[in-house]
Ligand binder design. Sequence first.
Ligand SMILES: Nc1nc2c(ncn2[C@@H]2O[C@H](COP(=O)(O)OP(=O)(O)OP(=O)(O)O)[C@@H](O)[C@H]2O)c(=O)[nH]1
Ligand SMILES: [Mg+2]
Length: 269
Amino acid sequence: MIPFKAQIAYILIDAATKPHLSFSTDSNVLMYHLLKGLHEYLTQKEEFSIIILGLDGAGKTTFLEKVKSIYTGVPGLSPDQIGPTVGQNMGKITLPSTILQFFDLGGQTGIRNIWPKYYDDCHAVVFIIDAADRERLNEGWEVFDSVLSSPQILHVPLLLLANKQDAPESLSVEEIRESYEGWYQGKKDSARRTYGEEADRRHERFASLDVMGVSALEGTGVNAAIDWLFIRVQNSRRKCARSFSRFGLSAKYHSERTLHEAEAVYCVD
Ligand SMILES: Nc1nc2c(ncn2[C@@H]2O[C@H](COP(=O)(O)OP(=O)(O)OP(=O)(O)O)[C@@H](O)[C@H]2O)c(=O)[nH]1
Ligand SMILES: [Mg+2]
């Protein structure tokens, strides 16, 4: 079925180009611009920002380059052209009625403090863990835990990717979950009473979290991850639109920014 917006656009353009409508030249030009603007408005794609986080070397840039080559058809950088990220890399892909704008942020210790600057404006978070680097898993969970504890992204869709599934020493998704559990229990035992309810809430969030296995290098699981993101950002938008109507706000407030605020305030993930 043709989408409603496209039907309206089609009807209006059809009407404007009918020869029996006798406008003066000025009126025609005005009508043309009016309809063109309306058509652009009706067919515009909604844009969502997604940040990619994780330790240095986890494979964030390799993942983004793979996403770009799969979805844009333009080959991304090959692995030997990718160096450590200092700052950010960006990549945009177009899906039906949606644009996903990715921000791949550097993961080295000294530059992780830029991450929170992106939290307010993101619609989803991808956290990449190197499932083949057993020695750095606990460090990864420490950093992941600090991401989970950030209030700005409390209700933002969050996807955990266990990368490097192609490597023989890589942990499976199930083993990655167990690794987090082990880390959490260890942390809780050593901290005793000081490890409070807040940490338990993060633990609960982890339990309900989706974890997917990928190989950024080979592209395995990348499509499934993008499908997940596409569905989840759309769903949060819908939930927010419902929240808006529940709170009696009109459609004109449905700007991207206000939606995000609504998500933070009203939407339950
Ligand atoms: N075997 C394997 N290696 C990978 C995979 N993804 C990334 N790598 C390798 O891991 C190393 C680090 O990859 P990057 O993409 O630069 O890691 P990053 O997370 O962007 O690192 P920073 O920019 O420093 O934060 C490179 O040598 C990649 O080739 C994967 O899926 N499998
Ligand atoms: Mg990088």
